[in-house]
Design a protein around this ligand. Structure first.
Ligand code: ACM
Length: 575
């Protein structure tokens, strides 16, 4: 991502009168003898940098409510229109966008403007709500969009409903100033192992947007399938898209995105200020490519399409005599991935590579990076790429677990830790997606029928109670590998290794495969919002107890949206 300097983001918090930090609230704040604390009723996720209650009555919306934007402020007009649509559906009010017509009936005005201070950066915003006026200011349309998400969460949960309801439509009187801690807040979908049709990807984007995620990482290729149309290599989708995990050729499909499909995803994501980061995994996790393109195999023969559940399968051939053909393949697939996507980042995979030499891996990483440099893209890869030479501006994705972390600073640091050190020494930045915190396919508890537990059971507190600095430091915190400036952000990774019912065993029937959105909803909620807060909110405003209080309130929104979340028994859900 090319974003504003971090210094500018830090400056956003210094907004004069809004110096109240929303410290974690005592559980009984609402009942305190001094009277109700209006902040105790707020349940925003992620928690903003600064929230202050003005003490005034809530701002009531009504039939005369208008979204006011300056006629020349296109960014405000488009974000305002999106917000108005949400309000129209839920309230039944007309909610026009623009200037209030002369003589129109009065009602609270919601004013949106991109004329906010440049120090707000790309995603920062302020909200002031009092009397009959709500003001949302940012410096960009993106900042307004993030702020509109907060406004949405200040309204009753019924705002998420597509049907009009008759609740008291009011916004509490608050002053908020907010900006993200990290520039990159990603969520990954493994569409390689299990294909997500366009509408299911859009549903996932809706959920990301509600929690201020800004990067959709599409894991487009794996052993079990290839999902990206590549004009120069039609075999990749003719053959490579005939499988998914557990689904042999002839059981359905083909499962891939046409160029029009992919553009629909990119556009829908952009409408939610989310970039699409494509991943073409290699040189391992590449059986679908090896089944499609004979030239990238050492014997020049295509392998059989793979639909099993193993990892560590044979890689793309990296012997010197094959390099011209492999380079041509990389040129074709990375050029297509770069040109179809909207991010300045392309992910080259690099994980779980068996039986290659370091020289071979270096060649693969350097060649991929060269192709991407021609396309003006930055390289991202799983942390194993840290062992190889990396170009300026690369991002390494830290998917380590507690065992790796425990080895930091000991005489027996694991290879993963050395890879992280090496990447940082080369000037790379880090996206943290620790498997034992942010892999959404890890079972929440042993009763969960989907997913795996190789990195442990990951309950809500575990997915919340970390940050990129803590997971790149020794367990006691005495040795830290990365500084705050070296952290690009966080990612929640939704793998599909075992996206079926009864996942402690291999499936025996295709009936065990539940619809992809049912799987995604169940494993993402409540943990995806937790990881969003790790990426967005400053450490000073985070506490698990308060998060748990807020997530229970958020669940009322999920009910309105029809999200089939996991009612984890350790969370005190309300009826
Ligand atoms: C990974 O989980 N293999 C990146």
């Amino acid at each position: 991502m090319s974003r504003s300097p971090r210094a500018a983001l830090a400056a956003t918090v210094a907004v004069g009168a809004l110096a109240f930090v929303a410290a974690p609230l005592p559980a009984n704040a609402a009942d305190s003898a001094a009277g109700a604390d209006p902040l105790a009723d707020l349940a925003l996720v992620p928690q903003p940098s600064h929230v202050a209650a003005t003490g005034a009555d809530p701002v009531e919306l009504g039939a005369g409510t208008v979204i006011k934007v300056h006629p020349l402020d296109d960014g405000a007009a488009s974000v305002g229109e999106g917000f108005a649509e949400l309000l129209r559906d839920a309230t039944g009010y007309a909610v026009p966008v623009g200037q209030r017509a002369a003589g129109a009936s009065r009602g609270a005005t919601i004013e949106l403007s991109t004329r906010g201070d440049a120090a707000l950066g790309d995603e920062g915003y302020t909200i002031q709500a009092e009397g009959t006026h709500v003001s949302l200011e940012a410096h960009t349309a993106e900042g307004l969009f993030r702020g509109a998400t907060t406004l949405r969460q200040l309204l009753p949960p019924e705002v998420e409903s597509a049907e009009a309801s008759d609740v008291a439509w009011a916004i509490p009187s608050v002053d908020i100033s907010d900006a993200p801690r990290y520039d990159y807040r990603g969520a990954m979908l493994d569409v390689g192992r299990r294909f997500y049709p366009v509408d299911d990807v859009k549903r996932f984007i809706d959920h990301m947007a509600l929690y201020k995620y800004n990067a959709l990482h599409l894991h487009l290729t794996d052993d079990q399938g290839w999902r990206l149309t590549v004009d120069a290599r039609p075999e990749l989708t003719q053959v490579g898209a005939s499988t998914q995990s557990g689904w042999k050729p002839g059981t359905g499909g083909p499962w891939f995105y046409t160029k029009a499909d992919y553009q629909e995803i990119v556009k829908y994501a952009a409408d939610h200020f989310i970039e699409v980061v494509p991943e073409i995994d290699g040189p391992s996790h590449a059986m679908a490519a090896k089944a499609s393109i004979p030239e990238i195999n050492c014997d020049g023969k295509a392998v059989a399409p793979y639909s099993g559940f193993d990892v560590g399968l044979p890689t793309i051939c990296l012997t010197p005599e094959k390099r011209a053909e492999v380079r041509a393949y990389l040129q074709d697939v990375f050029t297509e991935a770069a040109q179809q996507s909207s991010s300045d980042i392309v992910h080259i995979g690099g994980d779980e590579v068996p039986s290659t030499t370091q020289e071979q891996m270096d060649w693969y990483v350097e060649t991929s990076a060269e192709v991407l440099a021609e396309q003006g893209k930055r390289v991202m890869g799983w942390h194993q790429i840290g062992a190889s030479p990396l170009p300026e501006g690369s991002i390494m994705q830290w998917w380590a677990d507690a065992g790796d972390q425990a080895s930091i600073g000991t005489p027996n640091e694991r290879p993963d830790v050395r890879e992280l050190r090496n990447a940082l020494a080369q000037g790379a930045t880090v996206v943290a997606s620790p498997a034992d915190r942010s892999y959404l396919d890890m079972k929440y508890d042993a009763s969960v029928p989907y997913g795996l537990s190789w990195a442990g059971l990951v309950d809500l507190e575990r997915s919340y109670d970390w940050d990129p600095i803590s997971v790149t430091s020794s367990t006691d915190g005495s040795v830290s590998l990365a500084t705050e400036e070296q952290i690009e952000g966080v990612e929640a990774a939704l793998w599909a290794d075992r996206a079926y019912y009864g996942s402690t065993k291999l499936p025996t029937s295709l009936d065990q495969f539940i619809p992809v959105s049912q799987y995604a909803d169940f494993v993402s909620f409540p943990r995806m919002p937790a990881i969003a807060e790790v990426g967005w909110s400053a450490p000073e405003v985070r506490s698990f107890d308060d998060f748990e209080r807020r997530i229970v309130q958020q669940a009322h929104r999920w009910d309105e949206m029809g999200i089939g979340y996991y009612k984890a028994p350790d969370v005190p859900w309300e009826e």
